[in-house]
Design a protein around this ligand. Structure first.
Ligand code: NAD
Length: 424
C-alpha cells in the first residue's frame, strides 16, 4: 500500500512514457514533490489537462491523487529546484542494430545544466554496460561536477511489464547500481518509498548487465519456442501439444511461439549485448530466428491468399491486451503482405494509431483472410458465424493459438495455426 507521507525531497522524472509517467505518479503518490518533464509539448499539455496519454490499470487513481495533493506537476524542461533526477527516455537501436543513445544524451545534457552539488542522477533507461559512465560523466565534468563526489550517480533498470506496470513497480524486486556505494544508498532511499520488493545494491556495470541478461534470457527462450514451431510444422505435428506436454517436466517451462517479438524491450535490448560483445552467438542467432519467424508467418499468410486479395491483421499490439504497438509483428506482417501486392487492413481494440481501426466490421469487410497476430481477449470471443457474412472468403490464420479452430471449421472456415500443419 502506498502511503502519502509528506516528503520534502523534490524529484524530476525526465521522459514521461510507459515508464516515466507511472514512476513520476507513484513517487508523487508516495509524498515527494515531483516534476514530470518531457520534450513532447503536446504530451505536457495533455497531462496538464489531467488526461492520460497511456492506459495502465491503477495509473489513473494515483495520477489524480498525486495532482489533487499538489505533488505532481509537468514541464517541458528539467527544473533547477530538484534534489534527484530520474531519466526514463527511450534507448532504441538504429536500423543497423547499434545503440541510439541520442535521447539519453539530450536528456542528460539538459539535466547536467541544472544540477547542483549534492544532487542525485538515476538512469532508468535500458542501456549497455558502461553507458551510464560514458554518457553522463563527460557532461557532469563539463559542469565542473565530479561524479560520486559532487553528484551521486546510479542506474536502476526498470523491469515492469506493460499492462501490470503499477503493480510491478510496487511489488518487483529492484537492482540499483551505484557509481559508489553511497550513490546506490542515495538512490535506494527514493525507491524504498514505494518498492515493496527487495532492493539489491551493486555497481553500475553489473546493474546495466542484469537488465540485459533478463531480457535476452526471455528473447532467447521465445526464439527457441519459435524454432520448435518451425520444426513441428516440418514434422507435421502440433507444437502447442509438444509444449504443453514438455512443460509437464518439473524443470521445463517453454514459452509460446508467435509471429515475431515486438515491444520496446525484447527485440531491442539484446543488441546492446552484441554492442559490447560481438561474439554473443546465442543472442545473435535468437535475434535472427525472430526475423525468420516473421518471414515464415508472411509465407503462411501468402499461401492462403490469391493475388490482389485482402488480409485483415487482427492485433497490432506487440502482445495481448496492451496498447503498445512498438516493433509490432502485426504491422511488420501487414507491411510485407502489402509489398507483395495484397490489400491489408488493421484492427486492434486497444491501439490508437494511424491506419488502425477499432471497428471490427470496418476492418474485416470484404476481407479474404483474417490473421490473428496478437492474443487479445476480444479475439477469443469472435463468433465465426457473425464474421463470415462480412468476408469475401472464409479463411483464418491463427499465429497465437487464440481461436477455437473447431468452431471456425464448423462455420466453413479454412483454418491454419502457426506451429501445426494440421489442427488435429
Ligand atoms: N516500456 C516498457 O515496458 C519498458 C520496460 C522496462 C524498461 N524500459 C526502458 O525504459 C526507457 C523508457 O521507455 P518507455 O517505454 O517509457 O519509452 P516511451 O517512448 O514510452 O517514453 C519516452 C518519453 O521520453 C520522452 N523524451 C525523449 N527525449 C527526451 C528528452 N531529451 N527529454 C525529456 N523527455 C524526452 C519522449 O517524448 C517520451 O514521452 C527505455 O530505455 C526502455 O527500454 C521500458
Amino acid at each position: 500500500m502506498l502511503t502519502m507521507s509528506d516528503r520534502s525531497e523534490r524529484i524530476c522524472v525526465v521522459g514521461l512514457g510507459y515508464i516515466g509517467l507511472p514512476t513520476a505518479s507513484i513517487l508523487a503518490a508516495s509524498g515527494f514533490h515531483v516534476v514530470g518533464c518531457d520534450v513532447d509539448e503536446e504530451k505536457i499539455e495533455v497531462l496538464k489537462r489531467r488526461e492520460l496519454p497511456i492506459y495502465e490499470p491503477g495509473l489513473r487513481t494515483i495520477f489524480e491523487g498525486a495532482i489533487g495533493a499538489d505533488k505532481l506537476s509537468f514541464s517541458t524542461s528539467p527544473p533547477r529546484e530538484a534534489d534527484a533526477y530520474i531519466l526514463c527516455v527511450p534507448t532504441p537501436v538504429s536500423p543497423d542494430g547499434s545503440p541510439n543513445l541520442s535521447y539519453l544524451r539530450e536528456a542528460a545534457r539538459a539535466v547536467a545544466g541544472v544540477l547542483e552539488k549534492g544532487n542525485l542522477v538515476v538512469v532508468e533507461s535500458t542501456i549497455y554496460p558502461g553507458a551510464t559512465e560514458e554518457v553522463l560523466f563527460p557532461l557532469l565534468q563539463e559542469q565542473g561536477l565530479e561524479p560520486g563526489k559532487d553528484v551521486f550517480v546510479a542506474h536502476c533498470p526498470e523491469r515492469v511489464i506493460p499492462g501490470h506496470i503499477i503493480k510491478e513497480l510496487i511489488e518487483n524486486d529492484r537492482v540499483i547500481g551505484g557509481y559508489t556505494p553511497e550513490c546506490a544508498r542515495q538512490a535506494e532511499k527514493i525507491y524504498r518509498s514505494f518498492v515493496e520488493g527487495k532492493i539489491f545494491i551493486t555497481d553500475l556495470k553489473t546493474a546495466e548487465m542484469v537488465k540485459l541478461a533478463e531480457n535476452t534470457y526471455r528473447m532467447v527462450n521465445i526464439a527457441l519456442a519459435m524454432e520448435f514451431a518451425l520444426i513441428a510444422e516440418h514434422l507435421g505435428i502440433n507444437v502447442w501439444e509438444v509444449i504443453t506436454l514438455a512443460n509437464r517436466h518439473p524443470r521445463v517451462d517453454i514459452l509460446n511461439p508467435g509471429p515475431g517479438m515486438g515491444g520496446h524491450c525484447l527485440p531491442v535490448d539484446p543488441y546492446f549485448l552484441l554492442h559490447v560483445y560481438k561474439d554473443a552467438r546465442v543472442t545473435h542467432n535468437a535475434l535472427q530466428t525472430n526475423e525468420i519467424m516473421l518471414a515464415h508467418s508472411t509465407g503462411l499468410a501468402t499461401s492462403m491468399l490469391s493475388p490482389g486479395e485482402k488480409a485483415t491483421i487482427l492485433g497490432v499490439a506487440y502482445k495481448g491486451n496492451v496498447d503498445d504497438a512498438r516493433n509490432s509483428p502485426g504491422f511488420a506482417l501487414g507491411k510485407r503482405l502489402k509489398e507483395k501486392g495484397f490489400e491489408v487492413s488493421y484492427h486492434d481494440p486497444h491501439v490508437k494509431a494511424e491506419g488502425v481501426t477499432n471497428e471490427l466490421e470496418k476492418a474485416i469487410r470484404h476481407s479474404h483472410l483474417l490473421v490473428v497476430a496478437a492474443d487479445h481477449n476480444e479475439y477469443r470471443l469472435l463468433k465465426p458465424g457473425e464474421v463470415a457474412p462480412l468476408m469475401k472468403a472464409r479463411r483464418i490464420l491463427d499465429l497465437r493459438r487464440v481461436i477455437d479452430a473447431a468452431l471456425w471449421e464448423a462455420e466453413g472456415f479454412e483454418v491454419r495455426l502457426l506451429g501445426a500443419s494440421s489442427l488435429k
